[in-house]
Design a binder for this molecule. Sequence first.
Ligand code: HEC
Length: 203
Amino acid sequence: MKRPLVLLLAFACLPTVRAEVVDYVGEILPIMKEHCWDCHSNETEVKGNVALDPDVLFDQIGKYNIIRPGDPVESGFVERLKLDETHNDFMPRKGKPLPTTEIEKIEEWIRQGAIVDAKKPTEDESRRLAEMKPGTTPAAGAAPAQPGFHSWTNREGKIIEARLLGLEGDSAKLLLKNGKSYLVPLSSLDDESAAKAKRLAVP
Ligand code: HEC
């Protein structure tokens, strides 16, 4: 029972871990379905020319659109949610204001680049992801990536940043930024990370 414990420790070291990017399909779509769907979906009605279905949301995202990647303050989309309920432009029309936690989630999503589906980023989104480090804002003075550190994802979708020290049997020896190293069984990493470990371990 030694290995599972070691693995647990490595992935439990969350403070050194990069948060996964907030994406639309994972975290924002459920909010939209609850509050906006009746009036803004190709499944129902498309008011104000805004459909919030993930496959067509790209039309609303861009430097000159209502959702401006990296800039929630300048995004008309967010502005409407924060207006007074009695304001003409307030959204959702005929509804209660969104809870603050949900508005903050939407702001965070836009701040992190307004990615529709982080699992299948478009070329444009991949570029934005590289520019905007998830979990940090440019103003916060993002630390430059340390050389040799990579992101590793386990089968539960958790991500850690670590340097690969090598392979030991069927495990990857990973060094975290806090200086601790762990043996992580390759079988516990997702396919992509396991393949990356094998590739990088080749001298
Ligand atoms: C009961 C229907 C209804 C609901 C629910 C609703 N809207 Fe709207 N929405 C409208 C109508 C009608 C318009 C067009 C008139 C206008 O722009 O004010 C509109 C326009 C918009 C626009 C403006 C588009 C632009 O080009 O400026 C945005 C953004 C928007 N809605 C977002 C939302 C969001 C986000 C929600 C959910 C939190 C939502 N709406 C819920 C009816 C609705």
